[in-house]
Design a binder for this molecule. Structure first.
Ligand code: ADP
Ligand code: MG
Length: 222
């Protein structure tokens, strides 16, 4: 998508980079603070430590990713199973989903879906889409993630029953700082478009106001 590519070039100023880094790091920091609070209250579970460690890893990798975004030729690609990537990020949303009366459902059509990717970048994209879907689903509902093999490509759909997006706003998706949220920064989609593009993939959006949205990622297999 040429339009999206041109838009990303606007991000190349120091101030915008700083805003982007702050945005992406706030989520794992909030989560870390939450788990720390639980531990301070005496709820010490072994799994908290693992989650906290992976959140710290995320912060580190996010910082690396921002550097990578400015140096795409240095990105390392490895063969990964998409199942595994989702297994690692979905627990991060459990509390938020339950709290908002949202059911997160996944559907994989094959046992193994291997793709050549930068694991952390791709996880960042998935996290951005799931977060957006949750934020759009304010009155509860189902968010479905479908992973399928279609015409030799991996197709991942994030399907929500949320607010939907107006035609006017659909055109602006991926534009840096385009947000309709009070506390949004409008960088999640821009970064996601850029990462998927660098993986040789595409992103398509279908949405209807009041009905919901489908964000579809297509990626080449190994
Ligand atoms: P942010 O989430 O900080 O606003 P994003 O780049 O992730 O930034 O998203 C930009 C805008 O796109 C959002 O503010 C919202 O208006 C719209 N949007 C993205 N995903 C969805 C979705 N699943 N449902 C409804 N609107 C969405
Ligand atoms: Mg977002």
């Amino acid at each position: 998508n040429e339009e999206a590519l041109r838009r990303t070039e606007k991000l190349n100023t120091i101030g915008e980079f700083a805003a982007g880094i702050a945005h992406e790091i706030r989520n794992p920091l909030t989560s870390l603070r939450g788990f720390l609070q639980l531990i301070k209250n005496g709820q010490i579970k072994e799994e908290y430590k693992d989650i906290m460690e992976s959140e710290l890893d995320r912060i580190e990798s996010i910082l690396n990713e921002f550097l990578i975004l400015s140096k795409p030729h240095l990105t390392q690609y490895n063969k990964k199973d998409v199942h595994v990537l989702f297994k690692q990020i979905l627990p991060l949303f459990e509390t938020q989903a339950t709290y908002n009366n949202i059911q997160l459902v996944t559907e994989f059509d094959l046992d193994e879906l291997m793709i050549n990717c930068n694991e952390n970048q791709l996880k960042q994209v998935f996290v951005n889409f799931i977060k957006n879907a949750i934020e759009a689903t304010s009155n509860g509902g189902v968010i479905k993630i479908e992973c399928k093999k279609e015409q030799n490509e991996l197709c991942i759909r994030f399907i929500d029953e949320g607010s939907g997006i107006s035609e006017e706003n659909i055109k602006r998706l991926g534009e840096p700082f385009f947000t309709t949220k009070e506390n949004g920064t409008g960088l999640g989609l821009m970064i996601s478009f850029k990462i998927i593009e660098e993986h040789g993939g595409t992103i398509q959006v279908e949405s209807q106001l009041g009905i919901g949205s489908i964000f579809k990622i297509k990626l080449p297999f190994c």
